[in-house]
Design a protein around this ligand. Sequence first.
Ligand code: SRM
Ligand code: SF4
Length: 558
Amino acid sequence: MSAKPSGAEAIKFDSHALRGTIAEEIAAAEARGGLSEGAYTLLKFHGTYEQFDRDTATERKQRGEDKDWTFMVRVRAPAGRLTAVQWLALDALADRYADGTLRLTTRQGVQFHGIIRQALKPSIAAIHESLMTTLAACGDVVRNVITTAAPRADAIHARLEAEAFRLSSELLPRTRAHHEIFLDEQAVGAPEDEPLYGPTYLPRKFKIALAHPDDNTPDVLANDLGFVALTEGGTLTGWIVTVGGGMGMTHNKPATYPRLADAICVIGPDDVLEMAKAVVRLSRDHGDRTDRKHARLKYVVAERGVDWVRDRLSADLGRALPPAPKLPRFSVPDLLGWHEQGDGRLWLGLPVAAGRVAGTLRVALREMMARFAPRPIVTAQQNLLLADIAASDRTAVGSLLRAHGVTFAEDLSPLARWSLACVALPTCGQSLAEGERVHAPILADVEAALSRQGLAGERISLRLTGCPNGCARPYAGDIGVVGRAPGLYTLFVGGDFEGTRLSFTLADKVPQARIAAQLEPLFAAWSMNRTLGEGFGDFCARIGQDAARAVLSGQAAA
Ligand code: SRM
Ligand code: SF4
């Protein structure tokens, strides 16, 4: 490990609080072209990535043309919460500035793709006008804070939502750079201090989730920092603080690995913000700034241990922190379909395949927002809940959506209902293989294999990503399908549905068309040998990696 800070550290330090040369570069006369490394790096903090169309890059190069450069813009939606008016504004932006689609993300955010350079500033300004922001949607700062999307009308859910909003706004960078660059605010004096982050911000991205043991839809343990609500008789009694989760890894680099967070300590009901700041400072001061592949807080926790982390946090906060009890059992409820909120109103959870809102679904949602003004909530499973629907509107809402041919949860197999897929090609610069675009064919193949084994109705989660960065949290579900090279995937099994156990590698370099065939013998073994109610991931974990691989190669029956 070199002791020299990584290039990104110097860019941040010299950036005048995230300004750099962004304003000049995005105002440059030419429509397209790669940005400087400095502007590219700093723009992430403002919620945008410069990308190019990977489908056409080679062909364009052969013709002597530049790449087709565009921007991805990510909108923060704390706890996934939006309003109908905001949805309509985002929907309009999709046509005016982007590729005509909205992309719901695995962290309850909303992305646009295909924004050209001249449209970057007006699109970010328009998002701001609708009282949303892209600031800190990406970059080495605290990202969108997530929690369960369920709009249940009780004190605990209200608290989860309120804490997500509070953390989200309190932990935003203090710089006015975003307002100057994108909203024409006049610069005054020297660049602002960042009391929490300091001049080089964090060593790496930092993710926070809040959960209730009965609802781990946000996959709290996959986050750098998590708060698990402790309750008694419907009252919040405190939080278990979890630290050190993260999914990213690189194939064949064992020094990089996915990790689930450890329970560190217990805090009182009102201590969330104070603790979050302390853990952010821990990451700021102890994360590895020399190697971005080793910079996440999870490596600090793995290398220093839970007791060291608790001691550091105690010293920072100036008080003893009681060790955490064993984490309670987690469950993951189904938020799709019709549900009573508990206040007389209903929510409808709609599945959105790979989070892509396009075509008739987009039209139907636009009409739905305009006519019934439900409260849209993005889930961490890339789906959309429409909340606060009057019971008397239920039939009319159903008819409107059906008239547009919208898919309801009950139209899908449990496999499709619970699956996730990352964006990958053609926009993601990191993808090694297809993600979202092969989601449907992979699901169809795996559904057919499950059906052949009499398992079509089983609840099972499959998470597909185009590379090992893990944007759809593939190492935390029943089955992870992770891009390895064009058309080839690594298969992971043995995680659990509740997000409390990591999976192991089952097979490497599996051609897309062979994924279902590779899994089928294990499905057969599960069907024959499972204990009562045992999930697929639980079964794989029970028999272990060697036995699971042996089943695959036909060498043994489990
Ligand atoms: Fe992610 C990078 C998309 C959730 C781990 N992620 C990227 C980039 C920006 C690619 C890049 O660096 O050039 C992707 C943009 C693709 C595109 O064209 O839109 C991208 N990540 C996504 C989204 C949109 C996936 C989706 O299909 O929904 C999710 C946006 C969430 C949001 O609204 O903020 C998304 N990314 C995640 C998650 C899941 C989560 O947070 O619960 C993870 C795993 C958890 C974690 O952070 O460890 C995740 N993304 C990564 C990593 C690996 C980080 C690491 O520590 O190694 C990268 C690469 C990086 O940071 O260098 C990455
Ligand atoms: Fe891109 Fe990899 Fe994330 Fe998929 S998992 S969006 S391919 S970075």
